[in-house]
Design a protein around this ligand. Structure first.
Ligand code: AHG
Length: 334
């Protein structure tokens, strides 16, 4: 069969985008290429996780007191490794590490960017063969080039992100990333080991039929959130309801689905954890950026996520993200 379609790889795409900016140095393309490489390595391990001794707990807790799985450690090391050895990144922050890691060497100190990532989100789903993912966020440094990166480079408002994206290890492996120019998705073609452009210029539908929330926590949510959830379950003449409830427990998979199909994802604060569970820098900022660029909205229930000034790298926040009209409907009930 003749396939009359130009296939564009992740590298070709990022280089082509760069050509539109005469002063571009290629560092961001390089950084995305490095992330793509680490993602492919993690993809390989995720896919053979049932066959080798890489599953199961590593027997330690991460800095937030959560159990660390072996694949978390593997993924963390892959992403940190490619970024350390690349030429575009001056340092990283990872959900798995206590503190930022500054790559204090001659090349890295000249690099323009720092990167924050959650190497394997949804890791409690690994050993039951459910989709998991990697989330990343890229900032231009505010510290002086030529010197080591500093904490201020990482503690920037989400609105300052230069790029953000995620990799979903699902029925296929996809890398989706956003810059101010748009959101594009690349599916891993395993036959050639390349991410190829499969979802150009992703737009989040203005509305949808899906709401995603952990119902087990229902009685721990405040009354307003409970009321909104009841709204989702009602059918009125103008709300398009009742909505369908879908909650995988891997945010990458839940938000990816809602981004494509339209929907709202919520992780509100609870009485036990008023700030919720999700991390502003590793999970919420990148998804807020991606979904906003795609036409949707993201808040912490009170203010736009991208305008929150972070004060520490592991801080948590309630999170509401999704289709524009559904988010507005949510905001009206608050
Ligand atoms: P983890 O990486 O520890 O499995 O956490 C996953 C995150 C996020 O991806 C998901 O949406 C949320 O935690 C699920 O948390 P609950 O199980 O509390 O709903």
């Amino acid at each position: 069969m003749l396939i009359n379609r130009k296939i564009q790889t992740l590298d070709e795409f990022t280089i082509q985008q760069m050509r539109d900016f005469p002063n571009a140095t290629g560092e961001l393309s390089g950084l995305l290429r490095d992330i793509g490489l680490a993602a492919k390595r993690v993809h390989v391990e995720v896919n053979k996780a049932g066959l080798v001794d890489i599953l199961g707990d590593a027997g330690t807790m991460n800095v937030q007191g959560e159990e660390v799985k072996k694949l978390d450690i593997y993924a963390n090391n892959q992403f940190m490794g490619v970024l350390r050895h690349g030429v575009s990144c001056a340092g990283i922050g990872s959900e798995e590490l206590d503190d930022i890691v500054v790559f204090d060497d001659e090349i890295s100190n000249k690099s323009k960017y720092v990167c924050l990532f959650d190497p394997l989100d949804g890791s409690s789903n690994i050993d039951v063969n459910v989709s998991i993912g990697t989330i990343f966020s890229v900032f231009r440094r505010v510290s002086e080039l030529g010197k080591p990166a500093t904490k201020e480079d990482f503690l920037q408002q989400g609105i300052k992100q230069v790029a953000a994206g995620y990799v979903i290890y699902g029925s296929s492996t996809m890398l989706v990333y956003a810059t101010r120019r748009g959101v594009n998705g690349f599916t891993l073609d395993q036959s050639v080991g390349e991410f190829t452009l499969s979802h150009p210029d992703i737009k989040c539908p203005d509305t949808g039929k899906i709401y995603s929330v952990n119902h087990g926590n229902f009685f721990q949510y405040n009354e307003k959130v409970q009321n909104y959830i009841h709204e989702c379950q009602r059918k009125t003449k103008d709300n398009g309801g009742p909505y369908t409830q879908r909650y995988i427990g891997s945010m990458v998979a839940d938000v990816h689905r809602n981004l494509i199909k339209g929907g709202i994802f919520m992780y509100p604060g609870t009485t036990d954890k008023p700030k919720g569970k999700l991390r502003l820098l590793y999970e919420c900022n990148p998804f807020a950026f991606i979904v906003e660029i795609a036409g949707g909205k993201a808040t912490n229930g009170k203010e736009r996520i991208l305008e929150v000034q972070p004060t520490e790298i592991h801080q948590r926040t309630p999170f509401f993200v999704g289709s524009k009209l559904m988010m507005e409907q949510y905001e009206q009930t608050q």
